[in-house]
Design a binder for this molecule. Structure first.
Ligand code: LLP
Length: 413
């Protein structure tokens, strides 16, 4: 967490209060550069998975470095376009696309649709036909591979709702000629998230490549292969051993050595997770019967991952005391037992008013935030070389309530 000097975080906390998210521009730039370097020489499009962190300023950083977007909603599309990501660098994923979304994405001119069901393929054909255009599409293959990650973020097993089997995809290509408004010439696979082991990727990519060769032999042109995201990051220093990006790139190069088209990547977490911290202030230490509770001013509505996935995040007090560690249950103010960031975590003794940073918060942190317990959304800042810029000001309570109203009129149903 060397990108987050305590004195800077402290100074920012005094100016904008807590909790707030801080993201390091340098850390994000470094990740983009190492990904781009690892794949240099290949025809590769990096399409950042917007869901990981969808702040406009983060998306603008991606745009400035030539990174595109992997989107799953019109909201994510609008954000990406507004931040300067060109439509031709946007892929549209997701199992639940509706006609309105497909129509708007066609109007914007997105690069391609990652199609996940036969029904969606038919819908794409109808919407493209009524627009008088031809939609570019890739079929999302479910390679039936166990990504060996948390069950809630595993997507590549046959029992998951994502993608279609190779058998079904084979039928789509056989019938592709009947779809005169869809150009089905791509393959896509995304097997899960926070993957720390190269083998599931190897298995999935080999299945995709074997199928691609089969399709080419059957006379189908395949212009792009999108290998999804999923690269894991270090949440627990010294324990999590992430995949070396060079090894991942070598696997992709070897597997697709014979492929002449465009490869797409959809990394989310890997680009931003370790580039962000959530800064929170201790409200009080509460001495329970058996446990010491460190009550902080951030909560599960700000960072949901520990509550939802039992995810382990590093928690570091900014001002360590030269005393033996204490074991704390670090909890937020929300009225749920699950509002717990860590249990029995050994750390320097804390007092009310101390600042702490929660690591690995750059991905799936702010973007999964809510206003549960009517807690306004926190502020977000970018750090760059000793300076900071607010990229989302703290929501006010009035803004949080905006859009709600007392019944003005009652309508017949
Ligand atoms: N592509 C597709 C189609 C996806 O569904 C996802 C993530 C990604 C790419 C990016 O995956 P990444 O590179 O970030 O692993 N909220 C969870 C993670 C959910 C991931 C959903 N899909 C968490 O906090 O761990």
């Amino acid at each position: 967490m060397s990108n987050f000097p305590p004195a800077e975080l402290d100074a920012i906390a005094r100016q904008i209060q807590t909790p707030y998210y801080a993201y390091s521009v340098q850390a994000i730039r470094a990740r983009i550069a190492s990904l781009q370097n690892a794949f240099r020489g290949l025809d590769v499009r990096i399409c950042y998975a917007v869901k990981a962190n969808s702040n406009l300023a983060i998306l603008q950083l991606m745009a400035l470095h030539g990174v595109g977007a992997d989107i799953v909603s019109l909201g994510e599309m609008q954000r990406s376009l507004k931040a300067g990501i060109p439509a031709e660098r946007i892929v549209f994923s997701g199992v639940g696309k509706i006609a309105e979304e497909i129509d708007a994405a066609l109007a914007a001119g997105v690069w391609r649709f990652n199609v996940e069901s036969a029904d969606e393929l038919q819908l794409l054909q109808r919407v493209a036909c009524s627009r008088g255009v031809c939609a570019r599409a890739a079929v999302r293959i479910n390679p039936d591979v166990d990504a060996r990650t948390h069950a809630k973020i595993s997507t590549g097993k046959a029992e998951n709702k994502f993608g279609v089997s190779i058998d079904e995809a084979r039928r789509w290509f056989a019938d592709a000629a009947s779809l005169d408004h869809v150009q089905l010439d791509g393959l896509h696979a995304h097997i899960g998230s926070q993957i720390l082991d190269l083998e599931p990727f190897r298995l999935a990519l080999q299945r995709v490549e074997a199928f691609r060769r089969e399709l080419v032999e059957a006379g189908h042109a395949i212009a792009s292969v999108d290998i999804g995201g999923g690269l894991g990051v270090v949440y627990r220093p010294g324990i999590d051993t992430p995949i070396e990006i060079a090894d991942y790139a070598a696997l992709v190069r070897d597997t697709f050595a014979e492929f002449k088209g465009t490869l797409a990547l959809e990394p989310g977490r890997w680009l931003v997770a370790e580039a962000g911290v959530l800064v929170t202030r201790a409200i009080r230490v509460k001495h329970g019967t058996d446990r010491q509770f460190l009550v902080v001013d951030a909560a599960m509505n700000d960072l949901l991952r520990p509550s939802l996935y039992d995810a382990w995040h590093q928690i570091v007090p900014l001002h360590g005391r030269d005393e033996p560690d204490v074991a704390y249950d670090v909890v937020g103010p929300v009225c749920e037992t699950g509002d717990t960031f860590a249990q029995g975590r050994a750390m320097p003794r804390c007092e009310a008013g101390d600042l702490l940073m929660i690591g690995g918060a750059g991905a799936y942190g702010a973007s999964m935030g809510s206003t549960y317990n009517s807690r306004p959304l926190p502020a977000e800042v970018l750090l760059d070389d000793g300076r900071y810029a607010v990229i989302r000001r703290r929501q006010t309570i009035a803004e949080m309530m905006a859009g709600e109203q007392f019944p003005q009129a009652w309508h017949e149903t």
